[in-house]
Design a protein around this ligand. Structure first.
Ligand code: FES
Length: 157
């Protein structure tokens, strides 16, 4: 369930913590395993992470279901996490989210017909100075406009 490559990546995170605290790598381990499994965590994947980190399955499931950056159904290759909190909202995020939904032909929470992209509305991502903004993977895109969004989305493969 966890590839050799993913295990090496998880081991790098485990090495950052004291030897008796490998469970501290749980969030990164879930992120790595999710990326390998079509951007989604099945109960089997969660249990595999638990086994690898010598943790109870329920403890890993609690983490995986608490944070919104983990998915539990197929959501496409790219998740656009669009901030709609106060700074972004005051700088036009509502109109830009509507623009993005129209461009992709989906509402937030839905996956495009080609299975490539889904859009999530999220709370503040701590980049208010660059509002309005969204996140794709580990990358932040700030000071968004409709034209900038079109360019970014057209570049997703
Ligand atoms: S309100 Fe959008 S990043 Fe803070």
């Amino acid at each position: 369930m966890i590839s050799t490559t993913a295990k090496k990546q998880i081991d790098n995170w485990i090495a950052k913590y004291p030897t008796d605290r490998k469970s501290s790598a749980v969030m990164e381990a879930l992120k790595i395993v999710q990326a390998e499994n079509e951007n989604s965590l099945t109960p089997e994947a969660i249990q595999a992470v638990a086994d690898y980190l010598d943790m109870p399955g329920i403890s890993v499931a609690e983490v995986a279901t608490f944070y919104e950056n983990y998915n539990h159904r197929p959501v496409g290759k790219h998740t656009i996490r669009f901030c709609h909190n106060i700074s972004c909202m005051l700088n036009g995020s509502d109109d830009l989210i509507a623009h993005l939904e129209k461009k992709l032909g989906v509402k937030t929470g839905e996956v495009t017909k080609d299975g490539l992209i889904n859009v999530k509305k999220v709370e503040c991502l701590g980049a208010c100075v660059g509002a309005p903004m969204f996140q794709i993977g580990d990358q932040y895109y700030e000071n968004l406009t409709a034209d900038k969004i079109d360019e970014i989305v057209d570049g997703l493969k």
